[in-house]
Design a protein around this ligand. Structure first.
Ligand SMILES: [Zn+2]
Length: 69
């Protein structure tokens, strides 16, 4: 059990937290319920080229994400 393991566990539990958070709001964990992703370059510009979230097929719903994963 080294630092790396601890780091992975920390990351994992953060992810679990995120998942249950999103689940309680029925939001797709990949896109936080938005239904689309924007390219990181455009993050501070108003998004010019969003694409549908592949995790939830663009619906932004947790239930869809769960079915599609
Ligand atoms: Zn999504």
């Amino acid at each position: 059990m080294g630092l790396i393991d601890a780091y992975h566990q920390w990351k994992e539990s953060r992810y679990e937290n995120h998942l249950s958070n999103m689940k309680s709001q029925n939001k797709c964990p990949d896109c936080n319920g938005k239904g689309y992703h924007t390219f990181p370059v455009n993050e501070f510009v108003y998004y010019t080229n969003p694409y549908d979230c592949p995790g939830c097929n663009g619906t932004g719903q947790y239930s869809d994400w769960e079915q599609l994963k």
